[in-house]
Design a protein around this ligand. Structure first.
Ligand code: SF4
Ligand code: SF4
Length: 162
């Protein structure tokens, strides 16, 4: 574990958006890691991330592991102490993106979502696959784009300068 890194602003920044912090309830049982599909593919070590957040021992501008979380919520459902590990990852990601550390593919997805209401390109292949699955073609109307605008405002996605 990289304990040599210390970011005194980490917990302060997290508390600013989540005052009811249950982080300190964590007793490092590791049940969150046991159910994490990302870890089983060599991704995020969620128990370790929670420990490092408690210690302020994450350099959010360089930490790549936070971006391999799939936001499946399994860890949060499993945690018996309501630590809400997946939400903590979200808060750390927010801080990282505000400091300019966000993977390129996430930025591209966000740009596409703001512009088209879809987080993936609409191609002939997607149309064909939807047709094979007997799904309607995707139709992004003005009402949907208004909802996209609402989501962008509420999540402050626009702050990333997209
Ligand atoms: S976050 Fe919850 S499940 Fe994970 S180590 Fe801490 S107490 Fe255990
Ligand atoms: S939300 Fe993220 S950290 Fe939690 S179990 Fe899913 S992939 Fe793992």
């Amino acid at each position: 574990m990289k304990k040599s890194v210390f970011d005194p602003m980490l917990l302060t920044a997290i508390r600013e958006v989540w005052s009811d912090l249950t982080l300190w309830e964590c007793h490092q049982c590791g049940q969150c890691s046991a159910v994490c599909p990302s870890l089983s593919h060599g991704g995020i070590r969620i128990r370790e991330i929670i420990e490092r957040v408690m210690l302020g021992a994450i350099n959010v501008e360089k930490e790549d592991a936070i971006w391999s979380c799939m936001m499946c919520q399994s860890c949060t459902e499993r945690c018996q102490l309501d630590v809400n590990p997946s939400f903590i990852v979200t808060l750390v990601r927010n801080l990282a993106s505000e400091r300019g550390h966000i993977p390129k593919h996430y930025l591209e997805e966000a740009r596409l979502f703001i512009r088209t209401g879809l987080s993936f390109p609409k191609t002939g292949l997607t149309k064909k696959m939807r047709s094979e699955m007997k799904l309607d073609d995707i139709d992004i109307d003005q009402k949907t784009m208004d909802e996209v605008k609402f989501i962008v405002n509420r999540t402050r996605l626009g702050r990333l300068g997209l």
